[in-house]
Design a protein around this ligand. Structure first.
Ligand code: CMC
Length: 427
C-alpha cells in the first residue's frame, strides 16, 4: 500500500502525490499547490491547532478516545500506584526510570539548588498582601533569569541540565513562599534532609518553633497528584514553553510564559474555577438548575471536557480514589457531594454524553487541595510545580530536534490593503 495521499486540485485539474508519514502530511508539501506560478501556494488553516502536529515527541502518549495516558511508555495508573514524583520526573526528563544510584544522584543534585537568592525573597516580600500566588510565582521565576544569565546558553546540554536542576529545586521553595506571603507568615527555608513533596509541605505549613511533620498519607496523596500533573504532551502551556524556547530564550523566561498560559481558567486555572463553582452551587439541591444553565450555554461546567480526552480522563479516576484516602485523614470535604451529583447527572445527560464531556484532572483535585488546607488561589500553583518537569522535558527535546525552527505560524489576511493615509482634519 503506497504511503501517499493523492490530491486533485479542481481549480486546475492538476494532481499531486503527497507523502504520508505517521498518518500525517507535511503542511509544506501543500505549498506546491497553486493556480498561478507566482502565487504563494496552499496552506492549512487550523485555529486552536485542533488537528496539527507541531513536533515529534517521545515524552508522553495520549489516546483520548480510549482514555490512555503514558509517560515514556509507562501507564499513568502504574506510575501513580508504584512510583514517586522524583522517579517520574527523572523518567520524563531522561527517558527511563532511574536505578537506585541514579535516583539518589538526581535528588542529591536538586538538593544543591533549593534555596533562592535573598534578593528574590525580598522581591517577593514587596508584593501586596493579597497578591495572587500565581502572579507572584510567574514574575518571580521570570526574575530568576536575571540571576542566572548563564542560562542563555540553551544549546549547551550540560548548561541545560544545570538550569533544569535549578528550576526543579527552586520551584517548590518559591511556591511555598507565595503561600506564606499570602498568610502574612515568615518564609520557611527548604530542608535538604526531606523528600521533594515533604519538603514542600513543610515549607508551607511549619510555624516558627514547631516541629510540623506532614501526615504520610497527605505526602503520598500530594506526590500522586504531582505525578498526575507532571506532563500532558502538547497542551497549551507546553506549546508556549516550546514556542518561547524556539526563539532560544532562557528557560526561566520560557517557564514564566508557560505558567502564564497555565494560569487561565480553561487550562490549569480550572481547578480554582471548579472550587468557586462548587461553592457557588453550595448544595446538591441546586445542581439541576446549574446544569440547565450549562446546557443553555450560559455557563461552562468547570472541570469537565477536554480537547483530547473524549472518554473519562484517566487522571480524574485516580484522583477520585486518592480523594477518599485523603478524606480519611482530613475529614470529608462537604463539597464532594455536590461534585458527585454533578458528575452523576452529567454522565447521564444527553447534552454531556453527546459531546463526550467527562470529568477532567481538575474536577476532583481542588477538593483534595482544600482538604489539605490550601486556599483556592494556590491551586494553579500546585499544578505548576509538577508541570515544571513536563515543560522542561519538552523544552529540552525541542532544542535537540534538528527539524525545529523558530515558531512562526502563517495567517489568512482578511483586512484592508493599500490604503492611502488621510490627514487627520480630513477624516
Ligand atoms: N461545559 C459545558 N459545555 C462544554 C464544556 C463544559 N465544560 N466543555 C465543552 N463544552 C461544549 C461546548 O460548548 C461545545 O458545544 P457545541 O458543540 O454545542 O458548541 C462542545 O462541548 C465542544 O467544546 P469546545 O469548546 O469546542 O472544546 P475544546 O476542545 O475547544 O475545549 C476545554 C476544551 C477543556 C477548553 C473545554 O472543555 C472547557 O472549557 N472545559 C472547562 C474548563 C476546564 O475544565 N479546563 C481544564 C482542562 S483539563 C486540564 C488542563 O488542560 O489544564
Amino acid at each position: 500500500m503506497p504511503e501517499t495521499l493523492t490530491i486533485t486540485d479542481n481549480r486546475t485539474g492538476k494532481t499531486y502525490e503527497i507523502p504520508i508519514d505517521h498518518d500525517t502530511v507535511r503542511a509544506m508539501d501543500l505549498r506546491q499547490i497553486k493556480v498561478q506560478d507566482d502565487e504563494f501556494g496552499m496552506m492549512t488553516y487550523d485555529p486552536g491547532y485542533t488537528n496539527s502536529a507541531s513536533c515529534k515527541s517521545e515524552v508522553t502518549y495520549i489516546d483520548g478516545d480510549k482514555g490512555i495516558l503514558e509517560y515514556r511508555g509507562y501507564p499513568i495508573e502504574q506510575l501513580a500506584e508504584k512510583s514517586s514524583f522524583m522517579e517520574v520526573a527523572y523518567l520524563l526528563l531522561n527517558g527511563d526510570l532511574p536505578n537506585g544510584g541514579q535516583l539518589e544522584g538526581w535528588q542529591q543534585s536538586l538538593s544543591q539548588h533549593t534555596i533562592v537568592h535573598e534578593n528574590i525573597k525580598r522581591q517577593m516580600e514587596s508584593f501586596r498582601y493579597d497578591a495572587h500566588p500565581m502572579g507572584m510565582m510567574i514574575s518571580t521565576v521570570a526574575a530568576l533569569s536575571t540571576f542566572y544569565p548563564d542560562a542563555k546558553a540553551v544549546r549547551c546540554a550540560d548548561n541545560r541540565k544545570l538550569q533544569i536542576e535549578r528550576l526543579m529545586a527552586k520551584i517548590p521553595t518559591i511556591a511555598a513562599f507565595t503561600f506564606r506571603h499570602s498568610q502574612g507568615h515568615p518564609y520557611i527555608y527548604p530542608s535538604n534532609k526531606l523528600g521533594y513533596t515533604e519538603n514542600f509541605l513543610t515549607m508551607m505549613f511549619r510555624m516558627v518553633g514547631n516541629d510540623y511533620v506532614p501526615d504520610p498519607a497527605i505526602v503520598k496523596a500530594l506526590d500522586v497528584l504531582f505525578i498526575l500533573h507532571a506532563d500532558h504532551e502538547q497542551n497549551c502551556s507546553a506549546s508556549v514553553m516550546r514556542a518561547i524556547g524556539s526563539s532560544e530564550a532562557d528557560p526561566y523566561s520560557a517557564w514564566a510564559g508557560a505558567a502564564a498560559a497555565l494560569y487561565g481558567p480553561l487550562h490549569g486555572g480550572a481547578n480554582e474555577a471548579v472550587l468557586k463553582m462548587l461553592n457557588e452551587i453550595g448544595d446538591v439541591s441546586n445542581v439541576p438548575e446549574y446544569m440547565d444553565r450549562c446546557k443553555n450555554g450560559e455557563l461552562r461546567l468547570m472541570g469537565f471536557g477536554h480537547r483530547v480526552y473524549k472518554n473519562y480522563d484517566p487522571r480524574a479516576r485516580i484522583i477520585k480514589k486518592c480523594a477518599d484516602e485523603v478524606f480519611e485523614v482530613t475529614g470529608r470535604n462537604p463539597l464532594l457531594d455536590v461534585a458527585l451529583e454533578l458528575e452523576r447527572i452529567a454522565l447521564e445527560d444527553e447534552y454531556f454524553v453527546k459531546r463526550k464531556l467527562y470529568p477532567n484532572v481538575d474536577f476532583y483535585s481542588g477538593l483534595i487541595y482544600q482538604a489539605i488546607g490550601l486556599p483556592v488561589a494556590m491551586f494553579p500553583v500546585l499544578f505548576a510545580i509538577p508541570r515544571t518537569i513536563g515543560w522542561l522535558a519538552q523544552w529540552a527535546e525541542s532544542l535537540e530536534d534538528k527539524e525545529q525552527r523558530i515558531q512562526r505560524p502563517r495567517q489568512i489576511f482578511l483586512g484592508e490593503r493599500e490604503r492611502n493615509y488621510v490627514p487627520r482634519n480630513e477624516r
